[in-house]
Every structure is written in structure tokens, then in C-alpha cells.
Design a protein around this ligand. Structure first.
Ligand code: F6P
Length: 541
């Protein structure tokens, strides 16, 4: 850990903690120009963060002190930076051009990636056009992706986000939860014959996905007979043995590689459901957006590097201001699942307490990521954000152009997007509240009673991200922006952002507990809480 770099930042906070954003803006009319960066139509405005010139310089010093550029280059070079699993981390190769010459263990990846991409995009277009049919030669009307975590959240988010690009194809649905109600609710009213299932699982062993896949197979078989897996199923997996055992023909299994982590796999064949929804051309535009951000991250100087900047602002919020959460608020209803998707990406990556060297970390690491779409969120949790005791940094985002034909409503949406970051930063002083109340005819007594409640402290940080329009290209670029942000923060915290051992224990325990739910099972080895809960559940069944 580079103590000197951290010390300078702490000294900056010593100066800035007492400063109000109102004063920072008043003292510097160029604050927006100074504290915003753009890449084409994408702009990140961090002028409403509680930083100044010196703090920013010192944040970049920190990035250099941890050799960020060297780590970044190692990732792009296909080195095995996922040290606990001895794997390369090369999701950027999923969206690379031939000229990028990405390679893993001495093997160029482009032809490999392109050949799988061609196959699954052809499959997607053929499902869309009806060239791939059910047993009766009919087009599939519905497609259900069964997967969980990285094999679900990305496709769910992007399919919803890009729904206006989904014309003429089948309806695409998603089932993830092992709660049978999820599969039941989605299949309700659908024709088993005309439904195509995509079993998306990198490992093809994930309990939830396997149980749902089996139930789906039975649902189809009960209707059309035993050839269900051959006709009504396709798979996305790296485990060909298991997909074969399930009965899915190999030409309907689309693979990827161990150098693609689940939460970074949306640009791989895991995106098949999205490709069926939006078609191959749009999917390629989506990849182009990713690639442009990859190239920017790879080549732009740190001071102009958007993911690096976003990451450093996050470091400032987390390690210097000690904020434990970040709320992501897209002002776009179709991005309503964006925060859940980034939640896995960020929290599974940087929710770590041990460094790459196996030692306990000396800094705070990943914050809790959460959020919802604006303006809905304003009417649920913004009260606490404005007046609660915790400071919750916000990432706001909006497209300049509307995504629906109700274009006038977009101005109102935009006004709300702008109003919230303004209110959070500038607040409303007690003098302002009092003057306003008296002008509106309130008595001095009423003003005295209500001023404290109606005062907004302000000085609450937010970053605003704007771009022209929500398209496959801009969505790909936005996702890659956050992927690389997560990477930079992992480098600064010196954690391995690409393993997820923390989810294993619960999985193992669930397997051990399942047989104990049978009547008469021996519960004596369990702790009293788990035993007591099982007994209560048995009694309530
Ligand atoms: O929750 C752990 C995890 O391994 C995630 O990292 C992954 O996205 C998810 O499970 C699903 O895994 P799979 O694609 O192998 O079914």
C-alpha cells in the first residue's frame, strides 16, 4: 500500500471536509469545464463531487503509485491476472477486432471468438426469422433464457434496455430463481411447443439453473414427447460434456472460455438471448460500443481516461469520505435493471477482504451498489438521500434523446435528472426556507417550527453521465465504462477482482441442508437456530 499517496488524499479531505459544494462552485466559475470529461457524445460530470484540483492530482498520483497502467496492460496482454484461479481475464477479446491481436497463452483469440460469434448470431437470426423451427416446422413465438447471476443479469438488463430494437422476433423471457414460481409464472400461458429454452450456464452445474432446466424439459416433453432437448433447447456453456448429457445437440451449444468471467460475459454467447431479441446487426453494434470504450481505456492518458476517472472518484468517496454505498440512478425506465447488473459486476468483483498477496486489506474495499430508475426512485428512497444521516454518493445517467415516442415527457425526465443533482449539491439553507415560508404567508411561529424539517443540508456528492441516445452501441460503451472502473478500483485495493470464492460456502451449505428437509431427517448436528427454523417450517408445511 502506498501510504504517502493515501496521506496526501487524507490531507486534501482535511481541507475539503469543511467546504460546501456551494462555495466550491461560487469560487470557481469554470468548475464544470474543469471537472468534466467527454468521449464523443459521452460526458461524465464530476463537478458535483467534493474534490478540488489538488485532490484530483493526488488521486492520479495514487493511480500511478499502484502502477495502474502496468496492470491494465497485463490484462490486455492476456496475463493470468486472476491469480487465485490461474486464469487470464480477457473479456475485451470478446469484442476485439483482428488488429487488436489479443492472445491467451500464446494463442490469438480473434478467430476463435469470431467463429463462435458467427455461429450464435446465425442461430439468433434463424430463430428470429423462423428458419429454425419447432418439431412441427413452426417458428418459436417465445424464448426463455434459464440462467442466474452473470448468465442472467446482463441479458435481462440489456434485452429490456434495447427493447425498442427488438422488432419481429420472438418474445424473450428470463428465469433465474430456483423458486419454482419463477418458471411457473413465465411459462404460464405459453405454448410448450413454440417455446425455445436457452440454458445459459458457464459451468452447467449451477443448482438453480439445472433444476429449472430439468423442469422446463419435463414441461416440453409432457407436451411433445421425448425429443424436447433436441428441438426446443439450446445451451450456452463451457461444459460440453454436461450439455451433451442433458441431450442438447452439439451444434446448438455455444461455448466461451475460462478467461471470461460470468459477470463479464454479456458480450459472449451468454448474450444469445439478447441477440435473439435484437438481431445480429444490433448485437455487432453493441460489441462495437464495448470495443470503443476498451480502446479508450487502453490508450487514453490517465487524466482523460473515463473509467479511471470514475474509479478514482469512487475511491475518493469510499476510502476518503468513508461512504459505504453508491446508488446508480439511470433516468431511463428501460435501464431499470442496470443497477442490479452492476451490483453483481461490482460487488462480486471487489467485495473482498484479502489482498492478492493473501494478506488482510488495509483499506476499505468495494461499497454496496444499489439503485433504481429515476424518477421512480425519487418517490421511494430519495428522502434519506437528501436529509438522512448517511451520505450516499449517486451516479446519475440519462440520454439526451428520448427512448419513447412520448417525446415531451423526456423534458420532464431530464428536468428531474438535473434537479436532483442540483438539490443534493446545493441544498436549501434555513434562511432560504424561512424567507420562502414568510413570503408565502406563514407566521414566525410556524416558520420556527418547520424550518429545521424543511432545510436541505446539500453538499451531497453526485456524478452525472450523459450520452446522446440509448442504443446498442451506447449501452455497450456504458457497460465497458463500468467494467473498467471496477478493474481500476481492484488494482488500487490490490484485490483479485475476478474470483468469487465468497459465494461458495452458501452453495455448499444449501446442498448439505436439502436432504435435512425430508421428514424424519436427523437434525441433531445442526446449530439450534437452523434446527429450530427447520422444525418450524416442517410444522407449517
Ligand atoms: O454466484 C456465483 C456465480 O458463479 C456467478 O459468478 C455466476 O455468474 C453465476 O454463479 C452463474 O454461474 P454459471 O454461469 O456457471 O451457471
Amino acid at each position: 500500500m502506498d501510504k504517502a499517496a493515501w496521506k496526501k488524499l487524507e490531507a486534501d479531505w482535511g481541507r475539503l471536509e469543511a467546504e460546501h459544494l456551494r462555495d466550491l462552485f461560487a469560487n470557481d466559475p469554470d468548475r464544470f469545464d474543469k471537472f468534466s470529461v467527454s468521449l464523443d457524445d459521452l460526458t461524465i460530470d464530476f463537478s458535483k463531487e467534493r474534490v478540488d484540483d489538488d485532490a484530483l492530482v493526488h488521486l492520479f498520483d495514487l493511480a500511478r503509485a499502484v502502477n495502474l497502467e502496468k496492470h491494465r496492460d497485463a490484462m490486455f496482454a492476456g496475463e493470468h491476472i486472476n491469480s487465485t484461479e490461474d486464469r487470464a481475464v480477457l473479456h475485451v477479446a470478446l469484442r476485439g477486432n483482428k488488429s487488436d491481436a489479443y492472445s491467451v497463452d500464446g494463442e490469438l483469440t480473434y478467430d476463435l471468438v469470431e467463429s463462435v460469434l458467427k455461429d450464435f448470431l446465425k442461430f439468433a437470426d434463424d430463430v428470429r426469422s423462423g428458419d429454425i423451427t419447432n418439431a412441427k416446422g413452426e417458428a418459436f413465438t417465445d424464448v426463455i433464457n434459464i440462467g442466474i447471476g452473470g448468465s442472467d443479469l446482463g441479458p435481462v438488463m440489456a434485452t429490456r434496455a434495447l427493447s425498442r430494437f427488438a422488432e419481429d422476433g420472438p418474445n424473450v423471457h428470463f428465469v433465474s430463481n430456483v423458486d419454482g414460481a419463477h418458471l411457473r409464472d413465465i411459462t404460464d400461458g405459453l405454448s410448450p411447443e413454440k417455446t425455445l429454452f436457452l440454458i445459459a450456464s458457464k459451468s452447467f452445474t449451477t443448482q438453480e439453473t439445472m433444476i429449472n432446466a430439468q423442469a422446463a424439459k419435463e414441461w416440453v416433453e409432457n407436451s411433445i414427447g421425448t425429443a424436447a432437448a433436441e428441438v426446443n433447447f439450446a445451451a450456452v456453456s463451457t461444459n460440453l460434456k454436461a450439455t451433451q448429457a442433458f441431450g442438447i445437440p452439439s451444434e446448438r451449444v455455444f461455448g466461451f472460455w475460462d478467461w471470461v468471467g460470468g459477470r463479464y460475459s454479456l458480450a459472449s454467447s451468454i448474450g444469445l438471448s439478447l441477440a435473439i431479441a435484437i438481431g445480429s446487426k444490433n448485437f455487432r453494434d453493441f460489441l462495437a460500443g464495448f470495443r470503443d470504450m476498451d480502446q479508450h481505456f487502453k490508450t487514453a492518458p490517465l487524466e482523460e481516461n473515463l473509467p479511471t476517472l470514475l474509479a478514482l472518484i469512487g475511491i475518493w468517496r469510499r476510502n476518503i469520505m468513508k461512504c459505504s454505498t453508491v446508488a446508480l440512478i439511470p433516468y431511463n425506465q428501460r435501464l431499470e435493471n442496470f443497477s442490479s447488473y452492476l451490483q453483481q459486476m461490482d460487488m462480486e468483483s471487489n467485495g473482498k477482504r484479502i489482498t492478492k498477496d493473501g494478506e488482510p486489506v488495509e483499506t476499505l474495499t468495494g461499497p454496496v451498489i444499489w439503485g433504481d430508475s429515476g424518477t421512480n426512485a425519487q418517490h421511494s428512497f430519495f428522502q434519506l438521500i437528501h436529509q438522512g444521516t448517511d451520505i450516499v454518493p449517486m451516479d446519475f445517467m440519462i440520454s439526451a434523446q428520448p427512448t419513447s415516442y412520448l417525446v415531451d415527457q423526456h423534458d420532464l425526465l431530464t428536468a428531474n435528472f438535473l434537479a436532483q443533482s442540483h438539490a443534493l449539491a446545493f441544498g436549501k439553507t434555513s434562511d432560504e426556507v424561512r424567507a420562502e415560508m414568510l413570503a408565502a404567508g406563514s407566521s414566525e411561529k410556524d416558520a420556527d417550527a418547520l424550518v429545521p424539517h424543511r432545510t436541505f443540508p446539500g453538499n451531497r456528492p453526485s456524478t452525472s453521465i450523459i450520452y446522446r441516445s440509448l442504443t446498442p452501441y451506447s449501452l455497450g460503451r456504458l457497460i465497458a465504462l463500468y467494467e473498467h472502473k471496477v478493474f481500476v478500483q481492484g488494482v488500487i485495493w490490490n484485490v483479485n477482482s475476478f474470483d468469487q470464492w465468497g459465494v461458495e460456502l452458501g452453495k455448499v451449505m444449501a446442498n448439505e441442508i436439502t436432504p435435512l428437509l425430508d421428514e424424519g431427517a436427523d437434525l441433531s448436528g445442526l446449530n439450534s437456530s437452523t434446527r429450530g427454523l427447520i422444525e418450524k417450517i416442517q410444522a407449517l408445511k
